[in-house]
Design a protein around this ligand. Structure first.
Ligand SMILES: Cc1cc2nc3c(=O)[nH]c(=O)nc-3n(C[C@H](O)[C@H](O)[C@H](O)COP(=O)(O)O)c2cc1C
Length: 204
């Protein structure tokens, strides 16, 4: 049975954009393929992220199940992630250029901006009824070697992409997490006026 999307959404009264409310990270994906046109929209959304000096340091390797790119990304994941990520019809690996193209100076914000592009990608996915699941559990050196990624680029995160599937199809250790409500820190724990002193905002 498909998951109850309302359980996975942020509260209705959170006052945030509906698409942000509805994005979540599934581990069970249905067999439904992702249309090329939707992939194009996802990466177009990623490409419209802001970046330091408009460097656009992000690169994305994308593979569909059955393709060599998919197999190489899957192979680079840690086992905890491989177990469920193999149900996703699409796997993505984000990579960031870590020097500025104009002058070769280090870009300390490369991964930051690649993360912003990835967030855009995830929100565009949610707007299309798709979902992504980010994975830091990647053997970065393995990924670098299998895609011959140059030294001035850093491997970011892997992403599973597809339509959410049946939680009961997952191995038991993942099932309860899949169905659990999502939780977040209150704003006072991360919005400060001084270090670790909550900012003054009515309604916070
Ligand atoms: C960069 C990044 C790395 C993550 N790494 C993993 C991972 O290796 N394995 C995993 O199961 N989930 C991973 N997650 C998923 C997070 O656990 C998940 O986003 C978090 O629990 C919040 O849940 P939500 O995305 O449904 O709001 C990662 C998420 C991000 C953004």
């Amino acid at each position: 049975m498909a998951i109850d999307e309302d359980v996975k959404s942020a509260p209705v009264d959170s006052g945030i954009l509906d698409v942000i409310r509805r994005r979540w990270s599934p581990r069970s994906f249905s067999d439904q393929a992702v249309a090329d046109a939707d992939l194009v929209k996802l990466f177009t959304a990623a490409g419209w992220a802001a970046s330091s000096y408009n460097e656009q340091p992000w690169r994305f390797l994308v593979g569909r199940r059955g393709e060599a790119t998919y197999d190489k990304i899957l192979d680079a994941l840690v086992e905890f992630n491989q177990v469920w990520a193999k149900t996703a019809p699409v796997l993505i690996l984000s990579v960031s250029k870590m020097i500025f193209s104009t002058n070769g100076h280090p870009n300390a914000l490369g991964l930051h901006d690649t993360g912003a592009a990835s967030a855009n990608m995830s929100l565009q996915a949610a707007a299309l009824g798709l979902q992504t699941h980010g994975m830091g559990g990647v053997d970065r050196e393995k990924a670098r070697a299998s895609f011959a990624i140059p030294e001035d680029y850093e491997v970011g995160a892997a992403w599973a992409l597809g339509y959410p599937g049946d939680p009961e199809a997952l191995p038991i250790i993942y099932r309860e997490m899949e169905k659990a409500a999502r939780i977040r820190k209150p704003l006072r724990e991360f919005v400060f006026k001084e270090w670790e002193r909550a900012a003054d905002m009515a309604e916070m």
